[in-house]
Structures are given as C-alpha cells and as structure tokens.
Design a protein around this ligand. Structure first.
Ligand code: PMP
Length: 343
C-alpha cells in the first residue's frame, strides 16, 4: 500500500477539537480531598470511573502482549465501531466497505451517521473473491474496511487477511470478537507491519462478560491516542472496570471454559451433521454454528415452541439458523428436540 498518513483520514473538524480534561489518578486515595467533580460525598458509587481505564487497560495490554499506549477501551466493541466511523467518515460524503454477510452493526452505525455502505459479497464458502475485492475497493473509495474474522454470522475465519490489508488504501478494522475460539493468530501481531489497521476484541464472548460491556481496540500509538482523546470520557462504569479487572485474573478458569465450549461445539457439530433435517453444518472457528436446514422456518418455529431462542438468518442466508454453543445441558436439550423433528 501507499504511505499511510493518519492525518489524511481524520475528519477535518476533529483535528482541533477541545479535550475534556480530567486530571485524576486511576485510584483515588484518601490523602487528598476530591472536590473537583461535583460528586456526592455519600454512598458506594459516588465517584466517577477512571476515564483512562488505567488498570484495566494495563491488564488487557498484557494479555494481548502489546504496549498500553496502543490500546483503547469502549463500552463494548459496539461503541468503538460507532466511534471509529464518527472519527474517520464524513456524513453524506464518505463510505465504509464491509463483507456480506457479516456483522450488521457496521452497517447500522454507518447509516446512523449518514455514511454510505459498500458491500463485498462472500462466496459459497463465505470467503472473499480477490478479483471482486480489488474491483470493489477501487470503485468504492471507502475510508474504512470492516473485516470480521472469525466472521459473524458465518463462523469461518477469512483466508489471506494480509492480502486484503495490503490492497486497501484506508483504515482496515479487523473485528476479532471470536478470535479466542479460533486456532489462528490474532491480527494484533500484524500491527508492527501495518500502520493502518485497528484490531477490535471484546470481553463479551470467550471472557464471558457481555453484561459488563467492555471492548478493546488495538492500533498504532497515534490511532490509540486519537481515539482515547475523542471517546466519551466516562465510557466504562467504575463497577465494570473493577469487576472485569478482577475476572481477567482468572486465567485458568477461562482456559478451562474455552476448552469446554470447543469440545461442546465439536460434539454439537457432529450430532447436527447426522440429522436428516440438516442440509449442511458450516465450519466454525467461533462459539456458534451456522446450520442449513431443509425446512428452516418449521425448525425455527419448533425450537421457539420449546422456548429455545436461536438466530434465524433466512432469507438473507438461505435456510440457515445461527446457533450459539450453550452449556452441555442446553446443547443436549437442543439436540434432543431437533432429533424428534422430520423434514
Ligand atoms: N463484533 C462482532 C463480530 C460481534 O459479533 C459482536 C457481538 N455480537 C460485537 C462485535 C460486539 O460485541 P460487544 O459490543 O459486546 O463487545
């Protein structure tokens, strides 16, 4: 790719934005009185959270073997997706490029911001056709390309990620919400090579903390500084930061859970593949499986009747339902119900 200059991609009016200054330590000690933020002196939740997420960021940086100044945190990676679009894309002028099918939030936030959306259709194996890709890139003049690998809702990892990064003259966001479930290395390891990439991860999936709303971005120091300057100051609550930090220390438990989920996925995949009602089980590197049924609407309805909520992807992905891997009991119940159904 050509030389990448971040300044060429930031929306012009953001370059000289005033900063909302907060000068407080990560942990408020008792040696000082804090009368600077109009908080109440009462209760257990009276203090604003650490705006710099210092302790949590340090832990997340260490886990991902990257410098702290290359990390930025959001209220879920959803917030970061919105923030990235608002930082780089001018409403009514700029566009993003994304895969189809892929995670719908990229399109929703782009549209919310009046940013246009270009889509690259994936092939039968949910991979990108390189020629079609090069054509879309040159035609679209998009500012941001969103790649999701492993991809939601298809479950597969994208081949040749570096090829797509190399041939995109803008910012490439690689959404790795499900990377912990996959055998592949994280694109965080590509950061030394590519100044134009931003890798997104989340504590919502393998780390089992969706309710806390913590997402992380990894990028060059320059990009991380920019996003940290523009993000809402108190975007992650004090309780979420405190609990997430505490939970992240339970490394052995996460490994064990990951192991169990992957073993369950392999069990569910094998069982599903043997059912008459199933046309195809798509290969998955995530904690969910995309399944093609012969009579998808009936199956979806039957599961609903049994109080099992799944994600119907038909008609966008013909005859498919996306099913998350649950606990062993949940998976067994799901399979037991499916095994009673006929096409
Ligand atoms: N990216 C992908 C691909 C996802 O599937 C999700 C959640 N479904 C997210 C990002 C958002 O995750 P969160 O906001 O919980 O971090």
């Amino acid at each position: 790719m050509m030389e990448f200059k971040l300044q060429d991609f930031i929306r012009p009016h953001l370059k000289n934005m005033p900063v909302y200054e907060i000068n407080r330590p990560a942990v408020l000690g008792t040696e000082r009185m804090y009368l600077d933020a109009n908080e109440s002196p009462f209760g257990d939740f009276n203090r604003y959270p650490d705006a710099k997420h210092e302790l949590l960021k340090k832990e997340i940086a260490a886990i991902n073997q990257i410098a702290e100044d290359q990390v930025f945190l959001g209220n879920g990676s959803d917030e970061l997706i919105d923030l990235l679009i608002r930082t780089f894309c001018e409403p009514a002028t700029d566009r993003i490029l994304m895969l189809d099918p892929s995670f719908s939030i990229y399109e929703i936030y782009a549209r919310f911001n009046n940013v246009q959306v270009g889509k690259i259709a994936l092939d039968d194996e949910f991979q990108i056709d390189q020629n079609a890709y090069l054509q879309s890139v040159s035609q679209s003049q998009a500012k941001i390309l969103f790649l999701c690998s492993p991809n939601n809702p298809t479950g597969n990892s994208l081949d040749d990620l570096k090829f797509y990064i190399q041939h995109f003259p803008g910012i490439v966001v690689i959404d790795e919400a499900y990377i912990e479930f996959s055998p592949n290395v994280s694109a965080v390891t590509f950061l030394k090579e590519f100044p134009n990439i931003i890798v997104l991860k989340t504590l919502s999936k393998a780390y089992a903390m969706a309710g806390l709303r913590v997402g992380a971005g990894f990028a060059s120091v320059e990009i991380a500084q920019l996003i940290n300057r523009l993000k809402p100051p108190y975007n992650i609550s004090a309780e979420s930061q405190r609990i997430a930090l505490n939970e992240l220390k339970k490394t052995a438990a996460f490994k064990q859970q990951l192991h169990l989920i992957l073993a369950q996925k392999s069990f569910v995949e094998k069982q599903l593949a043997q059912l008459q009602i199933v046309e195809k089980v798509y290969p998955s590197d995530a904690n969910f499986i995309l399944v093609k049924f012969y009579d998808v609407e009936k199956i979806y309805e039957k599961l609903s009747e049994h109080h099992i909520k799944t994600s119907l992807r038909h008609p966008k992905i013909e005859n498919c339902i996306r099913i998350s891997i649950g606990s062993e009991t949940e998976n067994k119940k799901l399979l037991a119900i499916l095994s009673t159904l006929k096409s």
